[in-house]
Design a protein around this ligand. Sequence first.
Ligand code: DAH
Length: 334
Amino acid sequence: MTITLTALENQLAALKQEAIQAIATTDNLPHLEELRIAYLGKKGQLSKVLGGLGKLDAADRPRIGATANEVKEALQTELDRKRNDLQRLQIQAQLAAETLDVTMPAVYRPQGRRHPINSTIDRVVDIFVGLGYTLAQGPEMETDYYNFEALNTPADHPARDMQDTFYLPDGNLLRTHTSSVQIRYMEENEPPVRIIAPGRCYRRDTVDATHAAVFHQIEILAVDEGLTFTDLKGTVKEFIAQMFGDDLPIRFRASYFPFTEPSAEVDVQWRGRWLEVLGCGMVDPNVLKAVGYDPEVYTGFAAGFGVERFAMVLHQIDDIRRLYSSDLRFLRQF
Ligand code: DAH
């Protein structure tokens, strides 16, 4: 059976038209690849048509060969163009799907911070822990005994006027200082003692820029054999150096507290003037006796200071009341 030139040419023309149509209408790359294989592959339709070439007159073969090549090139061009189009669309779709809208409002997550009172306490405690002290605590509601009596401040003592006290109906009181923790700790522990006791205190002070009815103190107590005023000075100096910096001039000024003898107050040079930062002294023998320590064997030193004072100096806060206003605009600065 022979095949005519025209018949083959017609087949090629039909094949071309059909393929171009199919390529134009496909909408995805895998299908396009299937079409390429179906039309131009080794066992594809073009090969099949060319299979009939052998049955053609030898003279007609070059012409059909040229037409076949033309069809092949035309289809290849269409395939390439379509592949480019589909790839571009695919990338565009992917970009659209993965786009980050950087102008979208973020979810607000408020971040907590340490209150300046707490961070000041932490700093002081860290310094003394570094010097070998351990943390001690006592109750805020106290008996007259722990707050005054055992601290060498009997009922008729004039020093009680220094600390206007909130008395409770049952005869107890709100502690006016953390010195009461000294007594509680020494009653329960034998020397040597090295403690630091931060805590809340209460006084019937008129509230103003530097006084609050509720405030914080930090108490230091060391008791051992052979402790002297020199040890107290060295400890205070080391503490002030770590807290405020190395070359800050400091001075010890003679003072009075019922529970220490001798007593002193410490001032630091701060912004061109002397600023009182703490009270201290050698533990009065009467205090040691009250807890059953032998003052002939043991000596001790103690110190106490107001946390708010330190926080105000460190952070240049002008009014103590700001520390308790719970104003976030203020607190967020720390
Ligand atoms: N308790 C005293 C006050 O509130 C401060 C103080 C002074 C504590 C001397 C001490 C000290 O331990 O030795 O004013």
